[in-house]
Write a protein that binds this ligand. Structure first.
Ligand code: ADP
Ligand code: MG
Length: 464
């Protein structure tokens, strides 16, 4: 076919418009909006797009926990089965895990198919374990279930699914008690285990983080999706009636992925991504900042450039038209390409999109687009954290003693996308200033969500 040349003026027009829109984020306004929505969500059910869910968890681990406990961590992409041997004050004696990816057809199938698959993996794990982990006669294994979707908890070990997020859509599970679903599947698969705690991944990360560091008060996940949890004063939760817990505190699962504000810098790419998603109108913040979507935003910008400015020749390459073909790890690899002629970008374009013969100028353009998208996401995530600090009144340095606030971070995006992580950390520093920055620390809580769930299974054991 005849090759028309790239219309660079048009490329620049699209690029400049996108860069401009993504660059003018009013971070303080976004943070203030987050704080306001937190108040509204705590005031009454459905008071905000932020669910601000009561987790029924009023005590975080103390490091007195002892014994062998299990965790099952169902995320958006993978799930893990974990066994942790806790030795009281001397900490974690041993831990072991297996990880498996969730077959995509199970994400959109039936509840029974998904839970049977998970329970079967659990069965394999315990059937392979050595004798030294066998529990005393009459005692059943106990499990913390990390479930990274919005759940209305009715107790520490039960709760109904509000709706699916990320790539999941299993209609018959919505409104069901996910612990009951898992328990029935375990029965069918012949696994003898008792679910002692149902925890969101943010709550698990908070618990795992607190076990390591007493100053942990917030947890944020940046993985396939995004969410945050924090420790709230019980008296600041008007929607919770009944006697306050002894500790005076309650862990709140914010479900911040569903945050929405007129200050979010939405572009036409975000709007079309949302409209064509499994959950239109929902999780707008998540769709701008989390791992499932960043690569897809890039694909959409490139599609427009291919279509309107012939960036890759006469026609739009067919691979580029496939939704979600460009994953965030691939985008991250291109963004971090340090070779002088951008070889990684060249290889990715060829391998994933079947586009060859690109010029260095085109490849540089792509790296710059990665940077715009990652920077916007990272800065919005930092603004969200400032919103939580404000709600907790920890956003200003105090005269005398300023409390230390440690934020436990986890998720594949935070862990592996260095440019994103660095930008997020720098933005948070910029927002709180040098002085307060000394008192606020982000720590990577590796696998905290799984270990945290096992710790919570221990502290909520029926044998205590
Ligand atoms: P989940 O969110 O499913 O519990 P993870 O926390 O492991 O799982 O996060 C997985 C997500 O992290 C992936 O979907 C991807 O978006 C993102 N991710 C993983 N590796 C990378 C990487 N190298 N660069 C950027 N993002 C990554
Ligand atoms: Mg996870």
């Amino acid at each position: 076919s005849m090759h028309s040349s790239i219309m660079w003026f048009k490329v620049e027009e699209i690029y400049n418009e996108f860069e401009h829109k993504c660059g003018i984020i009013k971070l303080k306004e976004v943070a203030d909006a987050m704080t306001m929505e937190m108040h509204a969500g705590l005031a009454c059910e459905d008071g905000s797009k932020l669910k601000m869910l009561n987790t029924h968890l009023n005590n975080l681990p103390t490091s007195d926990e002892e014994g062998v406990y299990y965790a099952l961590d169902l995320g958006g992409t993978n799930f893990r089965v974990l066994r942790v041997q806790l030795a009281g004050k001397s900490g974690i004696k041993s831990q072991e895990f297996v990880e498996a990816s969730i077959p995509p057809h199970l994400m959109v199938g039936t509840s029974q198919a998904l839970f049977d698959y998970i329970a079967a993996e659990l069965a394999k794990f315990v059937n392979n374990e050595s004798d030294k982990f066998h529990l005393p006669k009459g005692r059943r294994r106990e499990l913390g279930f990390t479930f990274s979707f919005p759940v209305m908890q009715t107790s520490i070990a039960s709760g109904t699914l509000i709706r699916w997020t990320k790539g999941f859509s299993i209609d018959d599970a919505v409104g069901q008690d996910v612990v009951a679903e898992l328990t029935q599947a375990m029965k069918r698969q012949g696994v003898d285990m008792h679910v002692s705690a149902l925890v969101n991944d943010t709550v698990g990360t908070l618990a795992g983080g607190r076990y390591d560091n007493n100053d942990v008060a917030i947890a944020v996940i940046l993985g396939t999706g995004t969410n945050a949890a924090y420790v709230e004063r019980a008296e600041s939760i008007p929607k919770c009636h009944g006697p306050p817990p002894k500790s005076g505190e309650m862990v709140i699962n914010m479900e911040w992925g569903n945050f929405m504000s007129k200050h979010l810098p939405l572009t036409s790419y975000d709007s079309s991504l949302d409209a064509e998603s499994l959950n239109p109108g929902e999780q707008i913040y998540e769709k701008m900042i989390s791992g499932m979507y960043l690569g897809e935003i890039l694909r959409r910008v490139l599609c427009r450039m291919a279509d309107e400015a012939a960036l890759f020749g006469d026609t739009v390459p067919s691979k580029l038209k496939t939704p979600f073909v460009l994953s965030t790890p691939e985008m991250s690899a291109m963004h971090h390409d340090t070779s002088h002629d951008l070889q990684v970008v060249r290889d990715k374009l060829k391998d994933i999109l079947e586009i060859s013969n690109t010029s260095l100028k085109t490849r540089k353009l792509i790296v710059n687009l990665c940077n715009i998208i990652a920077t916007r996401g990272a800065r919005l995530a930092a603004a969200g954290i400032l919103g939580i600090l404000k709600k907790m009144k920890r956003d200003t340095a105090k005269k005398g003693e300023t409390p230390k606030t440690v934020i436990a971070m986890d998720g594949g995006l935070y862990e592996h996308y260095t440019e994103y992580r660095t930008c997020m950390e720098n933005t948070l520093h910029e927002l709180v200033g040098d002085e307060l920055s000394e008192h606020i620390k982000l720590v990577h809580s590796n696998d905290g969500s799984g270990i945290g769930a096992a710790l919570l299974a221990a502290s909520h054991s029926r044998y205590l």
